[in-house]
Design a protein. Structure first.
Length: 282
């Protein structure tokens, strides 16, 4: 299993890193839209759609992302789009986690499918637009999510259940603890401070999300970073809830050793549009 995980990770890095740093943005946009389309196919399967509709969902995502690029939305998107995307994630995440696995099955199947395709398309648009702002900015958003996940894992292993006996969401993801969430938030703040300091030291041409937030002061940056960290957890929980509803351990087997595409990008799905929302509105 470990060997498979390493090989898959190396192959993905070999594909994505050259595209990420390429002078032309199209290789990165092309590779990421393929991943998002694969996630749309997985989403259809998780929600019990027939095979042809699961594949149709992937095609719809490809068309929607292509149209967004064609109409120039990657370069400039109306700020209201990101505000509505952020509100949708906050409301949907809160509702789903509060209602639990059983509540998700009460939604009409077609509505569940359509909402997922919309959120996947918005995540791709946010990622492409973040890439347009600069590699430093995009990486700062990605690392925020990864830091929250890594610190949450180690804090959860070390302190889970010691201070707060109540589980974070026992019926959705029994392994997650409040101590892990708090550790993830602490890790995000630590990364943000160090990254912003390096931005100043190296005078990079494009600013990270952290530098943009700290420019508004700690009273803005602190709640914004904590909010982003919390919403990355929401993305993880939402995907876990949908998988439990479908009775599946992984979203697919497309990435050997890692599961599916959604298993790897679940926490990024809310974080990317929320990052763009913060940039435009703060």
């Amino acid at each position: 299993m470990l060997r498979q995980r390493v090989i898959t990770a190396l192959v993905l890095l070999a594909l994505l890193l050259p595209a990420l740093f390429a002078a032309n943005p199209w290789p990165f946009m092309g590779l990421t839209v393929i991943l998002i389309a694969a996630g749309a196919w997985e989403w259809g399967r998780l929600n019990g759609m027939p095979t042809w509709l699961a594949w149709s969902g992937a095609f719809i995502c490809l068309l929607a992302c292509g149209a967004a690029a064609q109409f120039g939305w990657v370069q400039r998107t109306h700020p209201m789009v990101w505000l509505m995307a952020g509100a949708l994630w906050v409301l949907l995440g809160a509702w789903m986690i509060q209602r639990g696995v059983a509540g998700w099955a009460l939604w009409p199947q077609g509505l569940r499918w359509a909402v997922g395709l919309l959120l996947l398309t918005l995540a791709w648009l946010a990622m492409a637009q973040a890439h347009q702002r600069g590699v430093n900015f995009l990486l700062s958003v990605l690392v925020l999510v990864w830091a929250a996940d890594v610190f949450a894992y180690f804090f959860g292993r070390a302190f889970g259940g010691r201070w707060i006996k109540t589980k974070l969401a026992a019926s959705i993801s029994p392994g997650k603890s409040w101590e892990g969430v708090l550790g993830g938030m602490l890790g995000v703040l630590l990364v943000a401070v160090i990254w912003a300091a390096l931005d100043r030291r190296w005078s990079l041409p494009d600013l990270s999300l952290y530098s943009l937030l700290f420019a508004k002061g700690w009273f803005v940056a602190l709640p914004a970073l904590l909010f982003m960290s919390a919403m990355s957890v929401v993305g993880d929980l939402v995907e876990s809830l949908v998988k439990r509803s479908a009775g599946m351990k992984d979203s697919s087997g497309l990435l050997p050793g890692h599961g599916g595409v959604l298993d790897r990008v679940d926490a990024l799905l809310p974080a990317l549009p929320l990052a763009m929302m913060l940039v435009f509105w703060i």
